[in-house]
Design a protein around this ligand. Structure first.
Ligand code: NAD
Length: 417
């Protein structure tokens, strides 16, 4: 049986990862360590907390004594570090907490893992480690900086069997990545981030994540510690805190509120359905070459403004009863505005974010080639699944926003013991 220490497991991706792993493997134990900041919610994992295979610890990844205790009590095989301050806008307001959690917190986890996994030294003086241990740092494509947007309206990635760009991508590999796509993805520029791209972070958030990414790889170089780093694109899907673009837009549309779009809305991001990300992380834990970084994501580029429009269109499609030309009975109590108000008129352009990067786009070919990963969920399918989930889980949204789930901790914790 393998024991995972999943930090940040009450947050968006961490919680989805816990769910994915419990479904996939019977014989595992998961210790979740989470500080339950505004972004962490025990309600997101309330079913999982009842599972005998799961233990929850409330606390800070930077707390040495607490993390030591976890390692003393459990034979931790894998550390999967999701815990982070993750919102770029908040990092622009207050960078310090980003450095404390994202850099020093990661360093604390690395240090304690190293200390507990070491068994001796090799002939060159490098530490040697117990078999089967690994530290996986969940990093981000934001470490790479930004890419140019040469094609403002996008171009098909493969057109008439030919690659639209000539930048070293291999068409056979691409076809493998895209094999299930009904709609050929568009690209908005010539270049993609590969694992070889020089790191060039541009916001305080990205800088703190880059430091953690490099520090993790430094532990591999300096101490030969068994690590991997994964760098993923923008995730979306169920349980996403409603301050991030897609859940925020859904919430505002249902309330008939304005939809704030930064600048001209033409910034391009590569979107990854959260379950595909979880699958990729599991593959890297099981098959990733020690010491290496892996890109997870790929070929789901979209402009922010199109995402907003697509979300409006999809919500209308899902909530309208066509026979009646009215809101379907089951959604009447969650739509707080008139049907006619749900239109592009809700879009309102606001001053651009400081240092807003033009385009991110990930090339995951290495992860496809070495581990068989490919992002299964095309954006048009994933966004509809996500919107349906939000329409059917408004209680979760309301409770998260009202902070009720923060209070949930005491109740759940006392239930467990
Ligand atoms: N969401 C994305 O699109 C995206 C993209 C690329 C990379 N990432 C990375 O993936 C990871 C998870 O992202 P997310 O979107 O789920 O974030 P999130 O903000 O939803 O969740 C973060 C979780 O970490 C916890 N946490 C924060 N500080 C902590 C601390 N000091 N100690 C213990 N727990 C703490 C929070 O309570 C929360 O549960 C992060 O490392 C983030 O940088 C996210």
């Amino acid at each position: 049986m393998k024991t995972y220490l999943v930090t940040g497991g009450a947050g968006f991706i961490g919680a989805n990862f816990v769910k994915y792993m419990l479904k996939k493997y019977d014989d595992i134990k998961i210790i979740i360590l989470d500080k339950l900041t505004y972004a962490g919610n025990l309600g997101t994992i309330k079913e999982e907390l009842k599972d005998k295979r799961v233990e929850f610890v409330k606390g800070d990844i930077g707390n040495r004594e607490l993390v030591e205790n976890i390692f003393m009590q459990h034979n931790i095989d894998y550390v999967v570090n999701f815990a982070a301050e993750s919102h770029v806008d908040r990092s622009i307001e207050n960078p310090k907490i980003f450095l404390e959690t994202n850099i020093l917190g990661t360093q604390n986890l690395l240090d304690i893992s190293k200390q507990h996994w070491i068994i001796g030294k090799d002939e060159n003086g490098y530490p040697t480690y117990k078999e089967g241990k690994k530290f996986l740092q969940v990093s981000t494509d934001e470490v790479y900086g930004f890419l140019n947007r040469e094609y403002p309206d996008g171009k098909l990635l493969i057109d008439n069997g030919q690659l639209t760009v000539d930048n070293g991508l291999k068409i056979e590999e691409l076809k493998k990545v895209l094999e299930d796509r009904e709609v050929m993805p568009k690209i908005f520029g010539e270049k993609f981030f590969t694992e070889e791209t020089a790191l060039n972070p541009r916001s305080p958030y990205a800088t703190s994540k880059t430091a953690a990414d490099m520090l993790t790889r430094a532990y591999s170089e300096t101490y030969h510690m068994p690590i991997n780093v994964t760098r993923c694109s923008n995730n979306y899907g169920p349980y996403h805190f409603p301050e991030k673009l897609i859940p925020l837009i859904i919430k505002n549309i249902l309330e008939g509120k304005k939809l704030p779009v930064y600048g001209d809305g033409k910034q391009v991001r590569d979107w990854l359905y959260v379950e595909d990300h979880c699958k990729g992380i599991d593959m890297v834990i099981n098959g990733g070459k020690l010491g290496e970084a892996y890109n997870i994501g790929g070929f789901n580029e979209e402009q922010n403004i199109n995402i907003v429009k697509l979300t409006i269109d999809t919500i209308r499609k899902l909530i309208i009863d066509n026979g009646q030309l009215a809101i379907k009975e089951e959604y009447k109590n969650i739509v707080k505005c008139n049907l006619n108000d749900i239109s592009y008129d809700l879009i309102t352009y606001v001053q651009d974010r400081l240092g807003h990067d033009a385009r991110y786009a990930i090339d995951p070919s290495k992860t496809v080639r070495e581990l068989g990963f490919y992002p299964e969920t095309p954006f048009n399918i994933g966004i509809e699944k996500t919107i349906k989930w939000y329409l059917n889980n408004q209680d979760w949204v309301n409770e998260v926003v009202s902070g009720d789930y923060q209070k949930y901790y005491e109740k759940m914790y006392s239930n467990k013991n």
